[in-house]
Design a protein around this ligand. Structure first.
Ligand code: BG6
Length: 471
């Protein structure tokens, strides 16, 4: 496993946010751009073009962006002067294009704006389109982007154009395939950046580091010694203002189909032959394709679907909703290294605690003793090894000890900012390692769909749980 540092691209970059006045731009994209700017990680020639309904004068648009810049990021140290905020490249060099994203005219206007920027620079820039819109708009936006010629480089071999999209990628295998077919018709796979922000989490990148950079652990995964893997994504918050979206999705598809399965892939995959995007993604998908969905009997016996009391009165949630806000499911991997490994995936909302972790348990033939490696993302980022040692004294008594490695103080990490900054940086560099490939999406749905189907027949009855208590 070799480390790689990146130098900034010399080609200018235009970052186009489709849906610049939406929630995603406000909470994640603009703060992440700010982090990159503060760390001098944006290309020296960088322009932001925002598209949304409603008109802005150039000054009003800058004011809008300025209002989204977090003033107190840890890297900033202390609130920044207005003047410095105005100098941020994505504020200083920003343009707004007004229009409805279903209307082909907006793409014509956008093209004019991009051509004018290229003409000013005297070259064909790299263009990064971020679909910060509801998934219902994906089809229309992607089709319009492609048919307006916006995603073609302005000259062969000069400047790339890439497209970033967010989950959900479909709501089941057929809809995911439909979306993928459309994307595949319009763009090359190398142009598509599908975000699962969990892949950019420092602690999850550390799963690979611990396993593949440390000879101590390297072969441990290959000798059939993994007894069980338990992944938990427990949130203390509830569905809050996302009732309308969440009620059609449920916990299993909201976080199970993506974040938990990606954690499992990182925790079980074989070592990539190198750290290139394709080698790493090949290894992830290899494991995802080996996922075996639980049978009806297994679901009956060991899956749980829960809904917290009070969920049905949230705005946008159906009064007789059967959507789960908590799930627990068993899984298997048809892999000879892990054929006896018990896998449990579990996650949900209003569970009375914030606990996001992957616990890997090791055993040895003929011994009762077990060792654990725990990768924790929250409440703090740490790796804990549980090992046995001799108790001081005159007898051979064993006691369990833990060795902790705490990555950093949780207060230094603003939520989402770091993940999104890393992902945007990688898009700017054209590095797809931390993005989901089309075959990964397909494999993840193939595992989830049969469970959703069984659950819709009430194979596992829904249980109601008290919010804010452990389940
Ligand atoms: C999102 C889900 O993908 O992940 C949310 O839609 C969930 O419901 C979130 O809260 C969890 O991400 P994080 O980074 O807060 O652990």
């Amino acid at each position: 496993m070799k480390s790689a540092s990146k130098s900034l691209p010399t080609v200018p970059t235009i970052f186009i946010v489709l849906g610049i006045t939406g929630d995603l731009a406000a909470r994640k994209i603009v703060p992440a751009l700010d982090t990159l700017a503060q760390n001098s990680l944006l290309p020296s020639r960088f322009e932001l073009v925002g598209v949304s309904r409603g008109t802005f004068t150039p000054t009003a648009f800058k004011d809008h962006l300025r209002a989204l810049v977090p003033q107190n990021q840890p890297t900033a140290g202390r609130p920044r002067a207005e003047k410095i905020v105005d100098e941020l490249p994505f504020i200083k060099n920003s343009t707004h294009v007004a229009g409805n994203l279903n209307d082909p005219q907006v793409y014509i206007d956008l093209k004019k704006t991009l051509d004018a920027i290229d003409a000013r620079w005297g070259m064909c820039s790299n263009k990064l389109f971020y679909l910060a819109v509801y998934p219902e708009l994906y089809e229309s936006v992607l089709t319009n982007l492609a048919s307006s010629g916006l995603t073609e480089p302005c000259a062969p071999g000069e400047g790339w154009t890439n497209v970033i999209i967010e989950k959900p990628f479909g709501k089941d295998l057929p809809t995911a395939r439909k979306l993928d077919k459309l994307i595949g018709k319009l763009f090359d796979e190398t142009q598509i950046y599908r975000i699962d922000h969990y892949l950019a989490k420092e602690m999850l990148q550390n799963v690979m580091t611990l396993r593949f950079a440390n000879p101590l652990f390297g072969k441990l995964w290959d000798v059939g010694a993994i007894d069980s893997i338990h992944i938990r994504l427990f949130e203390s918050l509830g569905v809050e203002k996302r009732g309308g979206f969440y009620d059609n999705v449920g916990a299993l598809r909201d976080v199970g189909q993506n974040h938990l399965l990606q954690m499992l892939a990182l925790g079980t995959m074989r070592e990539p032959k190198d750290m290139s995007a394709e080698s790493v993604r090949d290894r992830r998908v290899e494991m995802l394709k080996k996922l075996v969905p639980p049978t009806r009997g297994e679901l009956r016996k060991s899956s749980i679907r829960g809904q917290y009391k009070g969920y049905r009165s949230i705005e946008g949630v159906s009064k007789d909703s059967n959507t789960e806000t908590y799930f627990k499911i068993p899984a298997h991997l048809s892999d000879k290294r892990l054929k006896n490994t018990e896998i449990t995936l579990e996650g949900g909302k209003r569970l009375g605690q914030m606990l996001k972790e992957m616990v890997i348990t090791f055993h040895q033939e003929g011994s009762e003793l077990k060792n654990y490696i725990v990768f924790t993302l929250e409440p703090e980022e740490k790796i804990v090894l549980h090992l046995w040692a001799k108790k001081p004294g005159f007898t051979m008594e064993l006691e369990e000890h833990t060795f902790d490695f705490v990555l950093r103080d949780p207060k230094t990490k603003p939520q989402y900012n770091e993940e999104y900054a890393r992902l945007l940086l990688d898009c700017i560099h054209g590095d797809q390692t931390l993005f989901i490939r089309s075959d990964e999406i397909e494999a993840m749905w193939k595992f989830i769909d049969p469970i959703v189907r069984e659950w819709s027949k009430n194979t596992t009855p829904l249980v109601m749980y008290e919010p804010d208590k452990s389940f």
